[in-house]
Design a binder for this molecule. Structure first.
Ligand SMILES: Cc1cc2nc3c(=O)[nH]c(=O)nc-3n(C[C@H](O)[C@H](O)[C@H](O)COP(=O)(O)OP(=O)(O)OC[C@H]3O[C@@H](n4cnc5c(N)ncnc54)[C@H](O)[C@@H]3O)c2cc1C
Length: 379
């Protein structure tokens, strides 16, 4: 990317926060606690409003510019959980609200989304429907000018800390996926809406996740996002942005890891030589360089197509797949390069592997992306 001065200045603003955002990141991870004071920094940085018009408190940047800033966030902030909270905040509600929402809903919620005042989450997955996302049993039934929600959701990132939820559900069981699913905005505290306790997990431990339950939860018609029956189109739109905004952060994280490994391999000596002079160590670092370059190029290529409103289905699938898998490989190799130090929590290297693995599962698992690519090439 040939970034112009204004784009570089935006990236630089975020980079300067790196030390503060990364402070005590190993302790936060150990405690599996959301670093709320760092959320204030993220909120003030302007990152949350990048993609939204000024009238809602954003800065109205285009998609590629925003991706450039998010890549820098990944590069400078060593708390991958916090980074994931940030991308979920941007894509889960703000993005579909701007595209599909009524003026009234935009005015009500977008300013607080851009300022970080309200934390957002989106709830698609259910115990019965993960990869098969629309195999859901949460329903909305229209009764007396309101929708009544019943059902439950699983693995909802930001759930324990969120104030506003985009809930995907069936509004007409007879119509199936196309036309039968819809999205409602549900506020924390709505009667009949229960938010579960944080669930312990392998990585991204500063990004809390939980279950949600709806028990005769009444939602006003005005809180419907888009039209009734638009659930599938809205999710498709959100997933494009989730792949671009969330995984470009992983590219920044991979770049930082690469730099750490180069530095370590130059300075750590064994048999009287820097370990980087041993070809099998150097090759691992070369593969890390190839992985991050390939991922970056794939994501910006897909981002360009989305920004230009071109079909990007196969580009997004390839970009998501290579980035998530390269991230796991690079995190695994970094541990090997750091030897025993890499395996020790205090070096902050081992948590990269725990964090990276989630990316091969959410936003459409690696297997689902391969299915998509296979069908796009006519198999
Ligand atoms: C850290 C984390 C955060 C998450 N955050 C959210 C969130 O904010 N909101 C939300 O709604 N959900 C969230 N999820 C859930 C996530 O979207 C699902 O985990 C994902 O869709 C996979 O569903 P599943 O876990 O039920 O696995 P399953 O769908 O049961 O899949 C199990 C295995 O079978 C494979 N598989 C399934 N179908 C096929 C197929 N057709 N062909 C080949 N292989 C297949 C899968 O790839 C996987 O390897 C999150 C998950 C994680 C791990």
């Amino acid at each position: 990317m040939n970034w112009n001065e204004q784009q570089l200045a935006l990236q630089n603003t975020v980079s300067q926060l790196g030390a503060e955002l990364s402070k005590h990141h190993i302790e936060w991870d150990r405690r599996a606690e959301f670093p709320r004071e760092k959320w204030q920094l993220i909120s003030k940085s302007g990152v949350l409003g990048l993609l939204f018009p000024e009238q809602y408190g954003g800065t109205g940047q285009d998609l590629l510019t925003s991706m450039g800033v998010l890549e820098q966030l990944g590069h400078c902030c060593e708390d991958a959980g916090l980074n994931f909270v940030t991308s979920t905040q941007i894509v889960s509600i703000g993005i579909p609200l701007l595209r599909f929402g009524t003026d009234a809903l935009k005015q009500k919620y977008l300013p607080d989304i851009c300022s970080g005042e309200r934390i957002c989450a989106h709830a698609i997955t259910e115990p019965s429907g993960g990869s098969d996302a629309f195999n859901m049993s949460t329903t909305a039934i229209f009764e007396n000018d309101k929708y009544i929600l019943n059902g439950s959701k699983a693995f909802i990132s930001n759930g324990p800390i969120a104030d506003l939820f985009a809930v995907y559900l069936l509004s007409d069981k007879n119509k199936g996926v196309m036309g039968g699913s819809s999205v409602f905005l549900v506020e924390r505290g709505t009667p009949g809406f229960e938010i579960g306790e944080p669930i312990e997990k392998m990585g991204q431990r500063t990004s809390p996740l939980c279950e949600l339950r709806f028990n005769n939860c009444e939602i006003p018609v005005d809180n419907l996002l888009g039209n009734i029956g638009m659930g599938f189109s809205i999710l498709d739109y959100v997933m494009k942005h989730e792949v671009l905004c969330s995984f470009i952060i992983n590219v920044g994280e991979m770049q930082r890891r690469l730099e750490k490994c180069i530095d370590y391999a130059r300075n750590r000596k064994q048999f009287g030589q820097p370990i980087g002079s041993f070809q099998s160590v150097a090759n691992k670092i070369v593969d890390m360089k190839i992985g991050v370059t390939q991922s970056r190029e794939a994501l910006y290529r897909a981002g360009k197509r989305v920004q230009n409103k071109q079909n990007a289905t196969i580009d997004l699938a390839i970009a998501k797949l290579v980035t998530s898998e390269n991230n796991v490989t690079s995190a695994r190799d970094a541990i090997q390069i750091f030897g025993a130090n890499g395996y020790m929590v205090e070096y902050g290297i081992e948590k990269d592997l725990r964090n990276a693995i989630a990316g091969t599962i959410y936003s459409g698992s690696s297997e689902i992306q391969r299915n998509r690519i296979a069908s796009m090439i006519g198999l």
